[in-house]
Design a binder for this molecule. Structure first.
Ligand code: UN1
Length: 491
């Protein structure tokens, strides 16, 4: 099956006729072929989004919200089939794929409501007989560039607020997950999004993504992906004075104090470190553990990890699916080798999982390193795989300092039953998201999502923060005095 782009209300082939295969990472099976579009396709999509903008921005926001409400209903009806398809194209286990779709459903209903809210405010004017207010305005064409690890959730976090705020969209999903992208666009069409308002262009970052960054007809860019690509996006889009939102990953830690409920901590760690095979921006890859319970936690964790079952995400018994590509597998293994060279102790895992059917896919054994020190590369760089590093500490202060020393600042967590320690941690953990007695994953869509420092450029996704990114403030003054009142001039 050859997939198509969606431009100006039409499903169209890529102008150059170039495609690449879409592969089930658990089996190596080819699922479809995705266009490797050219700059010409991007150019046509941008033109379509530009020409649809003027009428879309004038559609009353409650009406735009109503369309999103319908999108939410359809997503809900199709949750099961969308999740199955997602598991096939990117490998995450079915329950997590269903959770990924659920985030899209939640975002649709939330943003549908914003169609009737999107509050501005009024404030007293300095002058008599004059009204002063701030309202939200649309911006223009949004370039939306999304990764493969949340094929439904992340596009919806960007496209839905963009639409409710009155912008039009050119959507470039990761080439590994075009089937989810196509399904989402089909649902938007079915729900009544007019032609040209959402356009889908498959293809490579350096071609299609680059065209979105550079083209002056694109007003804003919302990007989730690697730190390295994010820096490039910031540079090119910044040079063109575009509004840019960057979400660039993490090196998230769980702190376990000596007073923690260890049963709960073990479950939280397993879920955050090995859920989605460690391929979440929010995944936990560092464990910062009080010395008094270090050995006990290591043994309990290793025991539970050794029982995790690897397999195809559509099989009910599977706990952990494959990595996304051969390249990802090599990167993860490269870090395991680095960890060994750095002197960390490999307790469990450390290699490709190749038993039976697993040899067909990109499976990697859940891996645990102990005796890791904070300056090691495995404790500072994002691995994006099932590799967990255990660091030993003597105090909460030391744990917090280690949490904060990495360049990323997305998510962090502490397991402790001591209320004083908990509040100290909430104050001092330098991440955009902080969890207490839960792992580092599982952000809800009505709260701001994003991080500090190397995780991005200060913007947040989701919740009302998304409206702040996808709309422009417009200050409005209405003078009904009938005479010229000069502000700031003494009479
Ligand atoms: C991501 O990995 O880029 O908080 C997003 C979570 C999910 C979203 C993760 N709700 O883990």
């Amino acid at each position: 099956m050859k997939l198509k782009n969606y431009i100006g209300g039409q499903w169209v082939e890529p102008e150059n006729g170039a495609y690449e295969p879409v592969i089930d990472p658990a089996t190596g099976e080819i699922l479809a072929e995705v266009p490797k579009s050219s700059v010409k396709d991007a150019d046509r999509a941008i033109a379509a989004a530009r020409s649809a903008y003027d009428s879309w921005r004038k559609v009353p926001a409650p009406k735009r919200g109503e369309i999103l409400f319908k999108v939410g209903q359809i997503l809900k009806e199709r949750k099961h089939e969308l999740a199955q398809q997602m598991t096939r194209e990117m490998g995450k286990v079915y329950t997590e794929a269903a959770g990924d779709v659920q985030e899209g459903i939640d975002m649709a209903f939330y943003m549908a409501g914003e169609g009737r809210r999107s509050f501005g405010y009024t404030t007293p004017s300095e002058l008599p007989d004059k009204f002063a207010m701030a309202t939200r305005d649309s911006i223009g064409v949004a370039g939306i560039i999304t990764p493969w690890n949340f094929p439904m959730a992340i596009p919806t976090w960007k496209i839905f607020p963009a639409l409710v705020c009155g912008n039009t969209v050119v959507f470039k999903p990761a080439s590994e997950v075009p089937l989810s992208a196509q399904a989402l666009v089909n649902i938007l069409i079915e729900a009544g999004v007019p032609a040209g308002v959402v356009n889908l262009v498959h293809g490579d970052g350096p071609v299609v993504g680059e065209a979105l960054l550079a083209d002056p007809r694109v007003d804003l860019i919302s990007f989730t992906g690697s730190n390295q690509t994010g820096r490039h996006v910031a540079k090119v889009a910044g040079e063109a004075l575009k509004r840019v939102s960057l979400e660039l990953g993490g090196k998230n830690a769980i702190i376990v104090m000596d007073d923690a409920n260890l049963d709960l901590a073990v479950e939280g760690i397993l879920w955050s470190a090995f859920g989605t095979t460690g391929q979440r921006c929010t995944a936990c890859s560092r464990l910062i553990v009080h010395e008094k319970i270090y050995d006990e936690l290591r043994d309990r964790l290793a025991d539970r990890m050794s029982k995790l079952r690897l397999g195809h995400g559509l099989e009910k018994s599977t706990d952990v699916g494959p990595l996304i590509t051969q390249k990802a597998l090599e990167k993860v293994h490269g870090y395991v080798e680095i960890g060994q060279q750095e002197g960390a102790k490999l307790v469990l895992g450390g290699g490709r999982a190749e038993n039976g059917d697993l040899s067909r896919g990109y499976f990697y054994q859940p891996t645990l390193f102990t005796e890791v020190t904070p300056e090691m590369r495995i404790a500072s760089e994002e691995i994006f795989g099932p590799v967990l590093s255990m660091i030993r500490v003597k105090s909460l202060e030391e744990a917090i300092a280690i949490n904060n020393r990495v360049t990323y600042g997305l998510s962090s967590s502490i397991f402790s039953q001591d209320v004083n320690r908990v509040f100290q941690a909430i104050r001092d953990l330098a991440t955009g998201i902080v969890y207490i007695n839960a792992g580092t994953t599982g952000a809800e869509i009505h709260l701001p999502f994003g991080g500090t420092r190397g995780t991005g450029n200060g913007h947040r996704e989701a919740g009302t923060a998304a409206l702040d990114f996808f709309s422009e403030w417009k200050a409005v003054y209405v003078d009904f005095s009938g005479k010229l009142q000069r502000a700031q001039i003494d009479a």
